[in-house]
Design a protein around this ligand. Structure first.
Ligand code: SAH
Ligand code: ZN
Ligand code: ZN
Ligand code: ZN
Ligand code: ZN
Length: 462
C-alpha cells in the first residue's frame, strides 16, 4: 500500500494535502515561483497553509521532491528574512548534498569498468555503486556482488535496489508483461523516440533492444535517481526532478532533452511517465506542460495546434484531477502491473486488479489492448475496455473504472461500484457500511467531506 497511500503520511511538501482538502488544516500548493530558494533538489515550491489556525494563509517554501522530512527538511517562510550567513551555509549544504561523482565521472568510470575481466567487476550493494579495483579496500566491509556480467549492466533496474521504502522515490518497477505491452504499443503507433520520465525499466528495455540490430527506437531517461548515471551517458539519462522541472545538469542537460524532442528524420516522439503516486498532481502537471512546451518549441510543421503525445501512468482514482489539468486526456482500461508491488502484481492464480491506468492524449480507439487478457473493443465508446466493463445503455458508455462490472443507479443517474447502494439519507450511492454523519477529514480526490477517496463519487465522472 506504500505507494498508493503515501499521501496520508504527513511530512514534507509532497504530503501537502493540496487544495482538495479545504478546512482540514492542510497545505495547498501554489506552485513553482520565480526567485524561489533552492534545496539540494532544486528550486523549492511555494505552498500556503490552509484551514483554521493562527498561520492560515501564510505562505512558505518547501522541498519539491521529498515527502519525508527525513529526506529533505527544507523550509522557509515566504516573507522570512534570510541572513547572508544562512544563505551561504545553505549554498554549502546544497553543494555537499550533491552526488559524490558527477555524471561525466560516472561515464568514465563505466568505460573503465567494462574493460575489466569478469572476475574484477564488483558492485557495492551498500553504496549502490560499481567499484573499480582501487576502491575495493574502501568498501571491504560492505556487501558486494561479483562477476557483474554485461547482461547485468544492461539491466540496472535489476541490479539496483528499488528505492521503494524511501517515500521520496517510491520505485515500483513494471512487470515484464506490462513493460513489453507498453513498448509494443508505442512502436505499433509509429513512435521512434521515447522520453522516459521516471520509467527506468521501460528505458532499459528500449536500450537493450537498441543494442541489438534492426531496432530503431531510442529513449532518453529523465529521473531523480542518480544511480542510473553509472550506466547511461549524458545522451541517455538526465538527472531530473519532475516536481519542479529541474535539470540537475543545468543548461547542457536541458539542451540534450530539447534536442531529443526534435523529431529529426520524422522520428516521432512520445513521452511516457510513471510518477510516484504520492506526488502532487498539480506539480507534475506543471512540469509536464513545460516538457510539452519544449516539444512544441522545436517548431515542426503541424505542431501549432497539437500536443506532444503522452502516456501518463497513474491510478484511476486520480482521473478527475488529471483531466482538470489535461482535458484532452482520456483514461484507458489497461491495468498496469508491477514486479515489486504485492498489491498490483499479476498473480499466478487469478489476478489482483491493479488500480493503475494509462492516461493519454492519443485517440482512444488507437490504443489496442490485448484481447488475450480479456480486453474487447466497444464500438459505441470507440475504445478498448476490460472484460468486466459493461456498456451501460442509460449512460451510453462503458462506465467501470476499476474493471469490475458497475451497476446503474436511477436516482444518482449514473453507474456506481457494484458494492455500493443508494442511501436516502446521504442522497447518493455509497458503501453499505458508512456513517451518514459527515466526517471532518475531506476526501483526497474531491475535497468534500463525508467519504474517503475510495468511495469518492467524483471517480465516476459521467
Ligand atoms: N514503473 C516504472 C518506475 C516507476 S517508479 C518503471 O518500471 O520503469 C517512479 C520513478 O520515478 C522511479 O524511477 C523514481 O526514481 C522516479 N522519481 C521519483 N521521484 C522523482 C522526481 N521527483 N523526479 C523525477 N523522477 C522521480
Ligand atoms: Zn529537497
Ligand atoms: Zn461502451
Ligand atoms: Zn449507467
Ligand atoms: Zn444512487
Amino acid at each position: 500500500e506504500g505507494r498508493k497511500e503515501g499521501r496520508k503520511e504527513a511530512g514534507g511538501a509532497m504530503a501537502a494535502a493540496g487544495p482538495e482538502r479545504p478546512g482540514s488544516g492542510g497545505v495547498c500548493l501554489l506552485g513553482p515561483a520565480p526567485g524561489a530558494p533552492s534545496c539540494p533538489h532544486g528550486p523549492a515550491l511555494l505552498f500556503m497553509k490552509t484551514g483554521q489556525g493562527r498561520e492560515e494563509g501564510r505562505r512558505f517554501y518547501a522541498c519539491s521532491a521529498c515527502r519525508d522530512r527525513k529526506d529533505c527538511n527544507f523550509f522557509q517562510w515566504e516573507d522570512e528574512k534570510v541572513s547572508e550567513a544562512r544563505l551561504a551555509a545553505r549554498e554549502e549544504y546544497n553543494r555537499n548534498h550533491q552526488p559524490s561523482f558527477t555524471h561525466r565521472q560516472n561515464v568514465d568510470r563505466y568505460k573503465n569498468f567494462v574493460l575489466l575481466p569478469l572476475s574484477k567487476r564488483r558492485f557495492c550493494q551498500e553504496c549502490q555503486q560499481l567499484l573499480l579495483p582501487a576502491e575495493w579496500e574502501k568498501h571491504s566491509d560492505h556487501q558486494f556482488l561479483c562477476d557483474i556480467s554485461t547482461a547485468q549492466l544492461k539491466s540496472p533496474s535489476q541490479l539496483l535496489y528499488p528505492l521503494e521504502n524511501k517515500k521520496t522515490n517510491a520505485q515500483y518497477l513494471f512487470a515484464d508483461r506490462s513493460c513489453q505491452f507498453l513498448l509494443n504499443l508505442l512502436m505499433d503507433l509509429g513512435f521512434r523516440r521515447v522520453l522516459s520520465v521516471g520509467t527506468p525499466r521501460l528505458h532499459e528495455m528500449i536500450q537493450s533492444k537498441a543494442s541489438q540490430e534492426d531496432f530503431s527506437v531510442r529513449s532518453l531517461l529523465l529521473d531523480i535517481d542518480f544511480r542510473y548515471s553509472q550506466f547511461y551517458t549524458e545522451d541517455e539519462f538526465c538527472h531530473y526532478n519532475m516536481f519542479n522541472h529541474h535539470f540537475f545538469g543545468g543548461e547542457a542537460a536541458r539542451e540534450t532533452c530539447r534536442k531529443f524532442l526534435c523529431e529529426e528524420n520524422g522520428e516521432r516522439v512520445i513521452m511516457v511517465t510513471d510518477p510516484p503516486f504520492g506526488g502532487l498532481v498539480e506539480a507534475l502537471a506543471s512540469s509536464f506542460k513545460k516538457l510539452m512546451a519544449m516539444w512544441k518549441e522545436t517548431e515542426k510543421e503541424g505542431h501549432d495546434k497539437k500536443e506532444m503525445p503522452m502516456f501518463w501512468i497513474f491510478p484511476y482514482f486520480f482521473e478527475s484531477r488529471i483531466l482538470d489539468f489535461f482535458p484532452s486526456f482520456s483514461m484507458m482500461d489497461y491495468q498496469v502491473d508491477y514486479d515489486n508491488h504485492a498489491l498490483y502484481k499479476h498473480g499466478k492464480t487469478g489476478r489482483r486488479q491493479s488500480p493503475v491506468r494509462i492516461f493519454t492524449n492519443l485517440t482512444p480507439s488507437m490504443i489496442v489492448l490485448p484481447e488475450e487478457e480479456g480486453y474487447r473493443f466497444c464500438t459505441v465508446c470507440q475504445r478498448y475496455v476490460s472484460s468486466g466493463n459493461q456498456h451501460c445503455e442509460i449512460c451510453n458508455s462503458c462506465t467501470s473504472k476499476d474493471g469490475r462490472r458497475w451497476k446503474h443507479c436511477v436516482l444518482c443517474k449514473k453507474c456506481v461500484k457494484p458494492s455500493w447502494f443508494h442511501c436516502n439519507n446521504c442522497n447518493c450511492c455509497t458503501l453499505q457500511k458508512h456513517s451518514c454523519e459527515k466526517t471532518d477529514a475531506g476526501c483526497f480526490v474531491c475535497g468534500k467531506a463525508g467519504h474517503k477517496r475510495s468511495a469518492c463519487p467524483s471517480l465516476s465522472r459521467a
